[in-house]
Each structure stands twice: as structure tokens, then as C-alpha cells.
Design a protein. Structure first.
Length: 254
């Protein structure tokens, strides 16, 4: 059963997740973190950078990112590789060879997907961090009649493209395709934390936890994983009551 931890604020929720990552990094010899981009984990990365300034080392950590836009170069301001560099990698002691993000500029996208699957096989993820799209997507696994299991190229859903326009000056500049880890690759992580903040995520969170598993809500597949925690702020948890689960606010101790 999916564990749900609800905090009054996104900030408290973020500190909770950062502490779990800190404990993992401290305890493991070669931890592998699965990472997400987007607005949800920005504060998490800031907190990890803060921990680094206080003495937490990342030199033994490997990171594997969920996804990347097709067509954007690694240093494009909106590429996910650049996002990770700006928000985390450039501020911590991790070498670029230990950080994996799909190459959105690969000439042969199918070969790039196969290469990324090999990377995932070689680096089994200890903890996967996820956000959730308004339509219930995880990574860029969009609602569809069938979901793909492994790394693949997706055409982004219209509402995802529209949601992403805030990061681009013109609608025409928003990428329409991405490379993403598949649902099975995500479910292979030993533990998964999905973070969701704000009232605009409440419906997606409820649908993901409704008890049904459906390709129309990709995040609902997380219900099949033995070690998943949804970490929510009060606003993202408001629809939990509709599932008969009253949000009980957590204190900070894990
Ligand atoms: C990003 C990713 C996406 C986001 C989701 C939520 O790497 O995989 O699934 O987690 O679109 O995005 P934000 O956090 O911007 O609301």
C-alpha cells in the first residue's frame, strides 16, 4: 500500500524528503538516485546543496534522470541536463560521468533509448524521486491506451506542452517530443517518493491513489510497487477525503 505523508507546507515536505536522501547518501557506499526536473523538486535540490555546504558529500553518488526533451542541446536553458546542472550538479561534488540524463540530441533516438536502458541496468536505482503531471503523468509517460515499459520517445500531451509554455517565450519553441524512462524502469527502483504540492495537483494525486490502475493515469501504476511514499503538502492532499483517507499532518521526524 502506498504510504502518504502530508505536511502543512511544501517546505516542510521538502525538508522531509531531503533528510531521507541525506540518510541514503550517508549510509550507502554507492547510492543511485533517480531524479526528476520541474518546479516540484527545485527546493529539494536547494536543500541538498545546503546539506553539501554543511559537509554532505556526493562524490560516491550516481544520478539517473527520468527524461529529456528531444531536440534541445545539453546547454539549452530549458534542457533537463541544464536544469540539473543549474539546480544541483554545479553546486555539489559529483563528477559529470556519474550523472546520467538522456541525450535529446541523439541522431538515432532508438539507439539512445537502448543505451539509456543499459545505463539503468548497470545502475539500479535505490530511490526514485518523482513529480506528477496534472494529467497523472510520471516522467513523460503520458496517459494513453498502452504504456511503454522501457525508455522510449513520446509525443507530449497537448496539456503538457501548454503547461511547459511558461518556460519558453513562444509556443512554437516548446518541444513536442521527449525521451523518458518507461513505467517498468521507474517501478524497478527499490523505493519511490512522489512529491506533489499545490491544489492544482490534488485531482491527479487522488486519481493516482484511487485503487484502480489505469493507463489513463500513469501514476496509478505506482500502487503496484511495494515501497512508494507520496509526500504531499496540505493543498495537494485536499482530495484525499474523497478516498476516505483523511490527511493527517506529519511531524518532521521520518
Ligand atoms: C520531470 C518529470 C515530470 C514532472 C511533472 C511535474 O522530469 O518527469 O513528470 O515531474 O511534469 O512537473 P512540475 O513539478 O513542474 O509540476
Amino acid at each position: 500500500m502506498v504510504k502518504i505523508r502530508t505536511f502543512e507546507t511544501a517546505q516542510l515536505a521538502t525538508v522531509y524528503v531531503a533528510a531521507i536522501i541525506e540518510a541514503l547518501i550517508t549510509a550507502h557506499e554507492h547510492p543511485v538516485l533517480g531524479l526528476a526536473t520541474g518546479s516540484t523538486p527545485v527546493q529539494l535540490y536547494r536543500q541538498l546543496v545546503e546539506f553539501h555546504h554543511q559537509g554532505l558529500h556526493f562524490s560516491h553518488v550516481t544520478t539517473v534522470n527520468l527524461d529529456e526533451y528531444v531536440g534541445l542541446s545539453a546547454d539549452h536553458p530549458q534542457s533537463y541536463r541544464r536544469f540539473m546542472y543549474d539546480h544541483l550538479f554545479s553546486h555539489i561534488d559529483i563528477s559529470p560521468e556519474q550523472t546520467f540524463v538522456p541525450n535529446g540530441q541523439a541522431v538515432d533516438l532508438a539507439a539512445e533509448c537502448a543505451r539509456y536502458d543499459k545505463i539503468l541496468e548497470a545502475h539500479p536505482i535505490d530511490l526514485q524521486i518523482l513529480g506528477i503531471g496534472h494529467n497523472g503523468h510520471i516522467g513523460f509517460n503520458e496517459p494513453d491506451q498502452a504504456l511503454q515499459t522501457k525508455t522510449h520517445v513520446v509525443r507530449l500531451a497537448e496539456d503538457t506542452i501548454v503547461a511547459n509554455t511558461r518556460f519558453f517565450s513562444r509556443l512554437e519553441d516548446v518541444p513536442t517530443q521527449a525521451i523518458t524512462m518507461g513505467i517498468q524502469s521507474i517501478l524497478q527502483a527499490k523505493a519511490i517518493i512522489l512529491m506533489a504540492f499545490g491544489s492544482d495537483k490534488a485531482a491527479a494525486v487522488r486519481r493516482a491513489l484511487s485503487g484502480e490502475v489505469s493507463t489513463s493515469v500513469p501514476a496509478s501504476f505506482l500502487q503496484m510497487h511495494p515501497q512508494v511514499t507520496f509526500v504531499l503538502d496540505a493543498e495537494a492532499a485536499v482530495e484525499m477525503k474523497m478516498l476516505g483517507r483523511d490527511p493527517i499532518y506529519s511531524a518532521l521526524e521520518p
